[in-house]
Design a binder for this molecule. Structure first.
Ligand SMILES: Cc1cc2nc3c(=O)[nH]c(=O)nc-3n(C[C@H](O)[C@H](O)[C@H](O)COP(=O)(O)OP(=O)(O)OC[C@H]3O[C@@H](n4cnc5c(N)ncnc54)[C@H](O)[C@@H]3O)c2cc1C
Length: 445
């Protein structure tokens, strides 16, 4: 089997690793001639951390990132208190990584590219997809380099303006809100303590202001504001002087800045025949709630094993599962966006539903506490040598896993975990003799 992935953002890279580690011939191309260096999606959600553990990149992500910082709130230039976007939560046996993690997108992408390279796959820069046709058994793609290639599947992970989506004629339904603009940039700030995040709100409307989030690995902050301004260093400095008070912070080393319009759009289809779309190509989000990056990673993780499987009934579930989820996530980020616009302070809190741990593909009519389609929770288990370890360590890898609770027969499935720990029984709501199959992407089959 061979697969072409158009786009080497987080979605394309995750998919590339997932396919390459299954021994599938994969090429990852990107139109850009150099890697993007902005921080953009800098918040990883707990579910993404679980996926990254499976992909073998979590240690590096932890080494290069940082915990969600405490935010020092200033109103009218005066310190008004401290708060967190989310209160830190202790890990539990079923949720090993309950808290988000901050790391600039360009760093995460570099980590993913390094992992992909371990499987012998390098991103082909300066290589755009410019056309394709498909038949019942193959896709023929045209590249900007003049090459034409025939593959089993094509995946468009080519971002919000996706060529692949447009070429398929799939409508991108939703809105671009012209009334809201976000000015964003990566910049260092002398005078601010890099251990903290900052909110500089105006005296008249404390919800109107600038957020500065420290970026791990250096001294920059991600600067963000819905206030009109220009993207130069002087432009950002003028806003900081106005909202934080002159002399509070001297900005320098602006390496990236942009004005960004919140888009809320969902593709009408995620697939036509042998061509799939994933990530921003399939759905775009406002930045509120930090879902865009994370949802793209989950798309890729859901799609990879299905492409490897290749059966039509399995492939068909990609769109049903992930489009339904994208719709739900768009609702969450849109609601948070509206709260920001309305000046509702609760918009600063990131609730349970942004962690993506509650993603489920279950039948809504199934009301059991744990049902097919739910995330497989972590649990304490014992490995073949009798060592106490975490179930997630045994789930690692591209295979599905059969959990057997106090079994009495020899194992027949090549990846079987026999469970005796009472804690794991409780987490899985299991009875002796139960068997639960876990999909390669960590959901109950
Ligand atoms: C300013 C900004 C702030 C953001 N903040 C957050 C945040 O806080 N949290 C969060 O979760 N998300 C955030 N996001 C969203 C996040 O950056 C995206 O959701 C994420 O990058 C999507 O990943 P992707 O791989 O699907 O697409 P992209 O990262 O857009 O990657 C697509 C790739 O495809 C390439 N490409 C395009 N056309 C072609 C072609 N024809 N052929 C080959 N390659 C092509 C592009 O060069 C690009 O490298 C933000 C986005 C922006 C712009």
């Amino acid at each position: 089997m061979n697969i072409l992935i158009a786009g080497a953002g987080p979605t394309g890279l995750t998919l590339g690793i997932e396919l390459a580690r299954r021994g599938i011939a994969v090429r990852v191309i990107d139109k850009a001639t150099e890697y993007f260096e902005g921080s953009r999606g800098d918040g990883l959600q707990p579910r993404t951390l679980e996926v990254f553990e499976d992909l073998g990149v979590l240690d590096e992500v932890f080494a290069q990132g940082r915990a969600v910082p405490l935010l020092k709130i200033h109103v009218g230039g005066k310190f008004a208190g401290e708060r967190r976007m989310a209160d830190p939560v202790e890990p539990t046996p079923d949720i090993p990584y309950p808290n988000g993690w901050m790391i600039g997108q360009s760093r995460t992408e570099r980590i993913l590219r390094d992992k992909l390279a371990e499987y012998g796959v390098s991103v082909e820069l300066g290589t755009a997809i410019t056309g394709f046709t498909q038949s019942a058994d193959a896709v023929t793609a045209e590249l900007s380099t003049g090459e034409s290639l025939r593959v089993d599947y094509l995946v468009g992970a080519d971002g919000g303006r996706s060529f692949v989506r447009k070429h398929l004629g799939i409508p991108f339904e939703g809105t671009t809100d012209e009334s809201i603009r976000m000015l964003l940039g990566d910049v260092a700030a002398d005078g601010l303590d890099h251990e903290y995040g900052y909110w500089f709100g105006s005296q008249d409307n404390p919800m109107e202001g600038i957020v500065m989030t420290p970026l791990a690995g250096g001294d920059q902050f991600q600067f963000g504001t819905p206030i009109e301004g220009d993207t130069s260093l002087e432009g950002l400095q003028a806003l900081v002087d106005k909202y934080a008070g002159p002399g509070t912070a001297k900005l320098r080393d602006l390496t990236w800045s942009t004005v960004w319009r919140p888009n809320v759009r969902l593709a009408a289809k995620f697939r036509v025949g042998r061509v799939f779309i994933a990530g921003d190509a399939a759905h775009v989000h406002p930045p509120t709630g930090g879902q865009g990056f994370n949802t793209g990673v989950q798309d890729a993780y859901n799609l990879a094993w299905k492409l490897a499987d290749g059966r039509e009934e399995v492939l068909a579930t990609y769109e049903t599962e992930r489009r339904t989820n994208a719709k739900r996530v768009l609702g969450i980020s849109e609601e948070l966006m509206q709260k920001h616009v309305d000046g509702d302070e609760s918009a600063l809190d990131r609730g349970e539903n942004t962690r993506q741990l509650d993603i489920s593909y279950r039948d809504p009519a199934d009301h059991r506490p744990l049902a097919p389609g739910d995330r497989a929770p972590d649990a304490p288990v014992t490995d073949a040598e009798g060592n106490k370890i975490r179930l997630f360590e045994l789930l690692r890898g591209p295979h599905e896993t059969l959990l057997r609770f106090s079994p009495t027969t020899p194992a027949a499935h090549p990846h079987t975990v026999d469970i005796t720990s009472p804690e794991a029984f409780a987490i899985y709501h299991a009875q002796p003799g139960d068997e639960i199959l876990i999909r390669p992407d960590g959901y109950l089959a």
